[in-house]
Design a protein around this ligand. Structure first.
Ligand code: 13P
Length: 242
């Protein structure tokens, strides 16, 4: 799975040219999904264009709000995402956790809600720099993972995004990524009773120059890409190398 997370970037024109370029330059592989997460206001346009040009790209939302709270100005429910043909949704991205004070309870409600409409959650976890420095990364991630206990491992993808690596230009090095991904998988099997090994993708300063090395580990099941996904040529190349 290779995911483009545009965050709050782009315009309708850029969405149009990106989707057209990527769709005609990908060497699609059904075992390796290519997912586009544009800003919410472009989901409708993206969804129509994906259908119109029979694009192999699948649509993901950058957020979802818990449908139980209907009085939420600006909110987006799972039904709304379903109507827009979004098949995936990012949940728990560190930027959402930080700016919207998302806690474990609200994240669990979001996952439950997405799954009721067959939208696949990509659950983001990751530690800040001070936790890494204190050597407390593994415990910190376990606390974030605990909310997945009652869910089916086949339906959820985990994105490991160390906060210090996001947008910094400094990706985590391979041995660190490998150790953390392996810890996440083991924890999910041992403590959460996941029947299948969960997929874990990496995010944080992924670029064309480092993508092959990161993906060379058998513990890495894909990439979640911010800045480098904005350029359709770079993104297509990363996908084709994966
Ligand atoms: P960058 O690839 O820009 O570091 O962003 C990572 C990210 O947050 C993707 O969700």
């Amino acid at each position: 799975m290779i995911v483009a997370n545009w965050k709050m970037n782009g315009s309708k024109e850029e969405v149009d040219s990106w989707l057209r370029f990527v769709s005609s330059n990908l060497s699609p592989n059904i075992d390796n999904l290519c997912i586009f997460c544009p800003p919410s206001c472009y989901l409708d346009y993206s969804s129509s264009l994906i259908k119109e040009i029979s694009s192999p790209v699948q649509l993901g939302s950058q957020n979802i709000n818990f449908s139980g709270n209907s009085a939420l100005t600006g909110g987006i429910s799972s039904q709304m995402l379903k109507d827009l043909s979004a098949e995936h949704v990012l949940i728990g991205h560190s930027e959402q956790r930080q700016y919207f004070n998302e806690d474990n309870d609200s994240l669990k409600s979001k996952i439950t809600d997405a799954l009721t409409k067959d939208i696949s959650p990509i659950f983001c976890i990751g530690e800040p720099q001070e936790i890494k420095t204190d050597n407390r990364t593994k415990d910190y991630l376990c606390r974030q993972l605990e909310i997945l206990e009652s869910f089916d491992s086949n339906l959820i993808t985990i994105a490991y995004e160390p906060i210090w690596a996001i947008g910094s230009g400094e990706n985590a090095d391979n041995s660190y990524i490998e150790e953390v991904h392996s810890h996440i998988k083991e924890f999910c099997c041992r403590e959460l009773n996941f029947k299948e090994k969960v997929s874990v993708v990496y995010g944080g300063s992924v670029k064309l120059e480092n993508c092959e090395e990161i993906l060379s580990s058998s513990e890495v099941d894909g990439l979640l890409i911010g800045g480098a996904s904005l350029d359709p040529d770079t993104f297509s190349k990363i996908y084709n190398l994966s």
